[in-house]
Design a protein around this ligand. Structure first.
Ligand SMILES: Nc1ncnc2c1ncn2[C@@H]1O[C@H](COP(=O)(O)OP(=O)(O)O)[C@@H](O)[C@H]1O
Ligand SMILES: [Mg+2]
Length: 578
């Protein structure tokens, strides 16, 4: 047996998800109002058709030609008008639906990219894709079909009930016969639908993640000769997914059949009662026809109202998943105006980075990765962070780039005339970055560089590619800088991709250049050439690098080693190499 608390909890969370959703979609209230009104009008016209046919039949029996003509004309007009309105609704729904769903997607995407990096990275990319695609679609459809549907079906149901009450109040008893079943079924349906939605969404996200990860890592999977294991795994996951769907379908089918039986009983009871009243001459033949039509409509609108419950729950579940995204904390932005004001001086004279007593612990970590760290990096200097893998080098760079906010301590960027600003999203305009991992996009080499400077000419590209020692290999390609880069850059060697990445960072022409093991795949000679070029061509930049290579260290002004406890000590090149 289920505890009542469980249902209360379920209904409470459904309630809060719907509340959020209604707030979120309130900007579409005009759209919604138009749909609702059109839907109600169409439903009312449908009822009007039934009423006119009652008058038509009664008039036929009375041989009243005038009423025959007017009620027949009314029925024809209302029937046609209903068709027109329905066509308009469906066209408007399609037009607004596509607009609204793309706006919602854009909005979610915006939230993802503007949220704090640390919050976003907790989600698997497959899960996020699923939210952008699947859940956003469900929320959009709530606006164009679900909410107007509720009103239309309610109008139909209440209208039928009102007509029945008006023409024969005793009939209404039958309509209420079904209420207890409705109450019971809504509870069971709510729980089962919620469970199904949760399971199927999770499974969906898992499948998307599995597809994308395994396809991206295909080379590794093949090399380990474990391809068939992956096929087996996807077969198992798909079977699981099928089972979830079929289980739910079984439940839905049984529920629908039960409701249909109840509907049938109600409508036959209505029908029988009508026949009995007609037999006894209490109601007219026309009223009987009206009941025949209305009892059908009553059952139909009743079961469609019942079927709205699972949709309401699916939509709430989707809304909850979007709500999570929109509630991620946004980056704080920092002082954008000040950063803009400083940018000329920074570009001309470079910038000094001053870190004092920085401490940082990842949200899911217990020990600080960076503890009480202080250092300074001036324009024209090259500062290196060394230390074994996993000691926090990348973390320090993320702090400098304002991707992470320190728990305590400060990172200040200072111009040579003494103006200072805290590192944040805003100071990223002073920075350029070569990531540790391969970070290229599909498109050609030139596209990859122009990401950071769309107006760069081909000559500008050549210039930075030369400095990054990439020109020598690009020059030999038949398409040169217009050579396509495949997904994840698999048509280039890792060292080539690294050099393209360095060229991109140079193209940005920023005062601070942050390089995270940026030359790890280069041979010592190439690495040295790249560094020497950079120093010569861009002398007043502040270079911050992480590395394992002794060869790099000769070029560094200061070298800091990060220890396991997160603290920093300055070391000599010999100590760092040893
Ligand atoms: N996004 C993250 N969330 C939680 N822990 C992280 C995250 N990134 C790195 N870490 C942890 O922080 C430590 C330092 O990582 P990192 O700075 O990448 O090291 P390095 O660059 O020196 O190899 C590691 O123990 C790692 O597990
Ligand atoms: Mg690292």
């Amino acid at each position: 047996m289920k505890k009542p608390g469980e249902y209360n909890e379920l209904f409470r969370s459904l309630g809060s998800e719907w509340k959020w959703l209604l707030g979120y979609i309130s900007r579409y209230k005009l759209h919604i109002a138009v749909y609702v009104i059109m839907g109600i009008v169409a439903a009312a016209m449908g009822l009007g058709v039934s009423v006119s046919s009652k008058y038509l039949i009664d008039a036929v029996l009375d041989k009243n030609v005038h009423t025959i003509v007017t009620s027949a004309a009314a029925a024809v007009f209302l029937g046609l008008a209903q068709i027109v309105i329905n066509a308009v609704i469906s066209r408007v729904a399609a037009m607004a639906g596509t607009k609204i769903s793309s706006e919602i997607r854009e909005n979610i995407y915006e939230h993802i990219v503007f949220s704090k990096w640390e919050s976003v990275r907790r989600y698997h990319s497959g899960d996020l894709l699923n939210r952008i695609e699947g859940d956003a679609g469900a929320v959009a459809s709530s606006i164009v079909t679900f909410i107007p549907g509720v009103f239309t079906k309610l109008t139909q149901f209440v209208g039928c009930l009102a007509l029945v009450l008006y023409y024969d109040p005793t009939m209404a008893i039958f309509a209420f016969l079904s209420t207890p079943f409705l109450a019971l079924s809504s509870r069971i349906t709510a729980k089962m639908t919620r469970k199904y939605n949760k399971e199927s969404r999770e499974m969906n996200g898992k499948l998307i993640s599995f597809y994308s990860e395994s396809i991206q890592n295909l080379q590794m999977i093949k090399a380990f000769d474990i391809t068939s294991r992956y096929v087996e795994q996807i077969r198992r996951n798909l079977a699981l997914y099928r089972k979830i769907r079929l289980d739910h379908d079984k439940f839905a089918t049984i529920m629908t059949a039960c409701m249909a039986v109840i509907g049938l009983i109600v409508s036959y009871a209505c029908y029988g009662w009508g026949v009995w009243r007609l037999w006894n001459g209490i109601i007219s033949f026309g009223t009987m026809t009206l009941f025949l039509q209305i009892s059908g409509k009553l059952t139909a609108s009743f079961s469609s109202l019942v079927s709205l419950a699972p949709s309401a729950i699916s939509i709430a579940t989707a809304a909850g998943r979007i709500m999570e995204i929109t509630q991620m904390p946004l980056e704080n932005g920092g002082d954008a105006d000040k950063a803009a004001r400083m940018s000329d001086s920074v570009r001309k004279n470079g910038v000094t980075i001053e870190c004092e007593n920085l401490t940082y612990t990842y949200d899911d970590g217990t020990e600080p990765v960076v503890k009480d760290v202080s250092f300074i990096a001036r324009a024209g200097e090259t500062i290196a962070f060394v230390g074994p893998s996993g000691e926090g080098k990348t973390t320090v760079l993320r702090l400098i780039l304002g991707l992470l906010e320190p728990d305590s301590g400060s990172i200040i960027m200072r111009t040579d005339d003494g103006e200072a600003i805290k590192a944040s999203e805003s100071t990223r305009r002073f920075c350029s970055y070569v990531p540790q991992e391969n970070a290229v996009f599909s498109g050609c080499i030139a596209d990859n560089l122009r990401i950071v400077c769309p107006e760069a000419s081909d000559d500008d590209l050549k210039c930075v590619l030369e400095a990054a020692d990439a020109w020598s290999f690009i020059e030999r390609l038949p398409l040169g800088i217009y050579t396509p880069v495949d997904e994840k850059g698999v048509n280039f060697s890792e060292g080539q991709i690294q050099r393209i990445s360095i060229a991109r960072a140079l193209l940005r022409d920023a005062a601070v250049i942050v390089m995270d093991e940026a030359t790890s795949a280069l041979d010592a000679a190439t690495e040295e050439r790249v560094l020497a070029n950079m120093m010569k061509a861009y002398p007043n930049r502040t270079r911050i690098i992480t590395t394992h290579r002794p060869s790099m260290l000769r070029y560094c002004t200061r070298i800091y080693r990060i220890s396991t406890d997160g603290t920093l000590t300055q070391v000599s090149a010999e100590e760092a190499a040893g």
